[in-house]
Write a protein that binds this ligand. Structure first.
Ligand SMILES: Cc1ncc(COP(=O)(O)O)c(C=O)c1O
Length: 384
């Protein structure tokens, strides 16, 4: 089976983790943690990095450090992974789901603008933060977003879980907002097994996030707590893995570009199969190579995925939008809708990603493209 995603681990990772074990520093203190935090923040072009246990906890930590509270609203795309919305709910704040724009699959900034202006007209802007997600590694159009955030005094927290090294007008994703949040889950561009990081240029926010992630001990006295803290501490073992992975991040990103180029070459002439695009101002890192199955293809997304599975090709369907999630429809968790969601619903129905792991070979991509073409050419539904 060609897996939909796989990490790329080697001798360097093994050696660093073993060195960490030998040092006996296996918990949340040790030299690899500071090295990983400093080097990853530097890679993002940001001053401070605070490691966490996951991308989800990175998002929560960022929002908690911004003192988000019940009654506050946070704008985010409905088309995202559950963690983005959950992090808002952990603070007791209300996620407001916004539709996406069809080309990059990112949050629709015109909808963001109209929501903010409608609140302004009614006399009270409740929105305290906006959470743009750089979906599948393609950057959000940050300039207009930052302009709006500035105008309405709203904090920007970037969900860059999928976008390590992606660039907007030459600047790395994660470096634009009050915080950038990353995931190092095994399918990400670099991994620590589980893990995450918030990055920021604001020393005060960095200090606060660092304190909150470690149970918020008072700076002057351990075991004295003036705030509600969390244990979101990454281990030195995970950081050792991260340091080894970080050395290879440029080659991992190059591999993703190469993969995208190869898929584009192999799939470009198939009517009804929409391939990902890259805006002129963007450097996408193609975390996953996501395609859309349109009506003209002649078979549905699920039929194509099933046929590929029979040929030993694992794929995964796109996210299910937040406004369709049962957890938000029962009413016990506060969430707000804004208008209709035709784009997100279409993405969710038509989208899936092809194998995009860092170990994928040219032969595998050729095989996948050949199989897609063959299936599209010969597919007959069972009933006909
Ligand atoms: C957009 C997005 N946000 C947040 C997360 C959460 O990261 P983690 O799985 O490390 O908690 C993910 C994970 O895949 C993600 O894709």
């Amino acid at each position: 089976m060609i897996r939909v995603n796989e990490p790329l681990l080697g001798k360097e990772e093994f050696n660093k983790v073993v060195a960490c074990l030998k040092s006996n520093w296996i918990s949340s203190q040790g030299k690899y943690l500071s090295e990983f935090e400093e080097k990853f923040a530097h890679f993002c072009g940001v001053e401070y990095g605070i490691s966490t246990t996951s991308g989800t906890t990175a998002l929560h930590l960022a929002l908690a450090a911004l003192s988000l509270k019940p009654g506050d609203e946070v704008l985010l795309p409905t088309f995202t992974m559950g963690a983005t919305a959950f992090a808002v709910c952990y603070c007791g704040a209300t996620p407001v789901f916004i539709d996406s724009e069809p080309e990059t699959f990112n949050i629709d900034l015109e909808r963001v603008s109209s929501y903010l202006h409608s609140q302004e007209k009614r006399g009270k802007v409740k929105v305290k933060a906006i959470l743009p997600v750089h979906m599948y590694g393609h950057p959000v159009d940050m300039d207009p977003l930052l302009e709006m955030a500035d105008k309405f005094s709203i904090a920007v927290v970037e969900d860059a879980a999928e976008a390590h090294g992606a660039e907007y007008k030459g600047k790395r994703c994660g470096s634009f907002g009050a915080f950038g949040c990353f995931s190092f889950y095994a399918n990400k561009i670099i991994t620590t097994g589980e893990g995450g990081m918030v990055v920021t240029n604001d020393l005060r926010l960095a200090d606060k996030a660092r304190r909150l992630k470690d149970l918020a001990h008072a700076p002057s006295k351990r075991f004295l707590h003036t705030d509600l803290g969390f244990n979101y501490r990454m281990t030195n073992l995970q950081a050792a893995l991260g340091v080894a992975q970080l050395k290879k991040i440029t080659s991992h990103i190059k591999k993703k570009f190469w993969m995208a180029k190869e898929y584009k070459k192999g799939l470009k002439d198939i009517t009804g199969l929409r391939l990902p695009i890259e805006k002129p101002w963007a450097k996408s890192v193609y975390w996953m190579y996501g395609v859309l199955v349109e009506k003209a293809l002649g078979l549905s997304r699920d039929e194509l995925m099933n046929q590929l599975k029979k040929q030993g090709i694992e794929t995964r369907s796109f996210f299910i939008p937040m406004h369709l999630q049962p957890v938000f429809s029962r009413g016990h968790i506060k969430a707000k809708r804004y208008g209709a969601y035709p784009v997100a619903e279409k993405l969710s129905e038509q989208g899936f990603y092809l194998p995009s792991g860092l170990t994928i070979s040219r032969d595998q991509i050729l095989y996948i493209c050949q199989q897609i073409k063959r299936i599209v050419r010969t597919y007959r539904p069972k009933s006909s």
